[in-house]
Design a protein around this ligand. Structure first.
Ligand SMILES: *[C@@H]1O[C@H](CO)[C@@H](O)[C@H](O)[C@H]1NC(C)=O
Ligand SMILES: *[C@@H]1O[C@H](CO)[C@@H](O)[C@H](O)[C@H]1NC(C)=O
Ligand SMILES: *[C@@H]1O[C@H](CO)[C@@H](O)[C@H](O)[C@H]1NC(C)=O
Ligand SMILES: *[C@@H]1O[C@H](CO)[C@@H](O)[C@H](O)[C@H]1NC(C)=O
Length: 405
């Protein structure tokens, strides 16, 4: 399933395998971000694909079938803390909580969930979200995903946040589809939503990100050139989410390499989930990010975005994966990257991801270890941490970044 692909591909590439919003928060005046620029901001990726299993169009990443404690019937390693979510957006699971009772999950196709998520972003000072649109589901022109995008627009406007559409190329193949015309038609169909005042702009243009050139190789270089050229001609500011080792392909100027696609980007965002761990982060930051990527981008005149992630675990979705593969070290791994990203002064920082509990990269309020269900193996955050510790870290970094960039 697509959820595992983004992570699994990187695992292969790199050989690695409620917030209860307090009353004073509710009454606090939330000031709006400036939607005309990405400069100095921190956005999170938003999968928004955690719908009630077997409903809608089947695009649920809790599990694709009936959740059960047996292996293969739950697709997430971490569990959101659902305190404060509207009860009509929650459903029971068969996972038994330590104090008795069953864990509840939320369904994303419920306006109150998206509202809650944007409120959490606003309360913590996160600028907004890059809403993921998977090519494999792009024909879902109405209903599920489009409703969720609409809720995203409404919540971003309400809480003064920004939003952007990010296409994920997973599911696209040059041989079977015209990706360019599919994107152009999709953007036209979504126009009533993306014409929102909360939709992010940069350098006077609406922003669009495409993730996956050089990773999803079923979309060829020639197609990549056609896609990026057409979107730029249509007036979009185009960010490309690319493989971590993107500039090697560029420097080698390999025939058939994706370098000629990367060169067309307005901004490059190397995808670093799984590219390093606690012990190798410093050398990655000092070498790859601060010198090699920075020099390549400067030479090409292309802007930069840095990805940060709190850790990773995807063993319920992929039983062959090591449980807690990229430990969080009680938040110190994330903090190191947030500090490192602020120090690199990219145009903006991208938090992977707000809600991705299947790959264990989620930062939204999560259950602690001692609060986890007992009849299935899950990963919690440290018992001494507040449920919203990770969104707070991200928001604090955003504040520091805004004041130094
Ligand atoms: C969830 O978060 C709330 C608010 O921070 C907290 O009171 C509660 O203990 C957490 N855990 C559970 C299992 O609800
Ligand atoms: C978005 O939601 C609003 C409010 O529920 C509704 O009026 C509008 O038709 C929706 N737009 C789309 C494109 O679904
Ligand atoms: C794909 O669609 C675009 C936009 O409609 C068009 O310009 C292009 O010629 C098409 N490519 C092919 C190979 O048909
Ligand atoms: C995380 O904190 C707990 C205490 O709550 C401690 O026992 C554990 O060793 C810490 N782990 C790491 C990796 O720092």
């Amino acid at each position: 399933m697509a959820s595992s692909l983004r992570y699994a591909t990187l695992v292969a590439l790199f050989g690695l395998g409620s917030c209860v919003v307090s009353t004073q928060h509710t009454e606090r005046q939330i000031s709006s971000i400036d939607r005309s620029t990405l400069d100095g901001k921190l956005f999170v990726g938003y999968q928004a694909w955690f719908r009630k299993p077997l409903e809608d169009d089947g695009n649920s990443h809790w599990t694709t079938d009936t959740p059960s404690p047996e292996v293969g019937h739950v697709g997430v390693d971490m569990i959101p803390n659902i305190t404060g979510y509207p009860s009509e957006c929650l459903f029971d699971t068969p996972f038994t909580l330590p104090g008795g009772g069953n864990a509840q999950f939320y369904t994303n196709d419920c306006e109150g969930v998206v509202d809650m998520h944007f409120k959490i972003m606003a309360d913590n000072g996160i600028s907004g979200a890059f809403m993921q649109r998977f090519y494999g589901y792009i024909n879902e022109a109405s209903g599920g995903w489009v409703n969720i995008l609409n809720y995203t627009k409404i919540a971003a406007e309400k809480y003064g946040r920004g939003f952007v559409i990010e296409y994920d190329l997973n599911g696209a193949a040059t041989t079977s589809t015209n990706v360019t015309s599919t994107f152009l038609a999709d953007l036209a169909a979504l126009n009533s939503i993306i014409s929102s005042p909360a939709y992010m702009h940069h350098n006077g243009k609406p922003v669009l990100e495409i993730w996956g050139f050089g990773i999803v190789t079923s979309v060829t270089v020639d197609d990549g050139i056609a896609i990026v050229t057409a979107l730029k001609n249509a007036g979009w500011y185009v960010i490309l989410g690319v493989q971590q080792a993107w500039h090697a392909e560029l420097a080698a100027n390999q025939p058939g390499g994706y370098g000629s696609v990367y060169q067309l980007a307005d901004m490059i965002q190397p995808w670093t989930v799984g590219a390093y761990d606690m012990s190798s982060y410093d050398s990655f930051h000092d070498g790859r990010q601060a010198v090699e990527d920075a020099n390549a981008l400067r030479d090409m005149g292309i802007a930069s975005s840095i990805v940060v992630w709190p850790g990773g675990s995807s063993s319920n979705a992929n039983p062959s994966e090591t449980f807690d593969h990229f430990p969080r070290w009680n938040g110190t791994f994330y903090q190191k990257q947030l500090d490192g990203a602020v120090n690199l002064k990219p145009t903006f920082i991208f938090g992977a991801m707000f809600d991705e509990v299947n790959e264990g990269t989620a930062i939204l309020p999560l259950l602690r270890n001692k609060e986890l269900p007992t009849n299935q193996k899950f990963l919690g955050i440290d018992d001494n941490m507040e449920p919203d510790a990770y969104v707070k870290m991200a928001g604090d970094a955003a504040l520091k970044f805004a004041s130094t960039s």
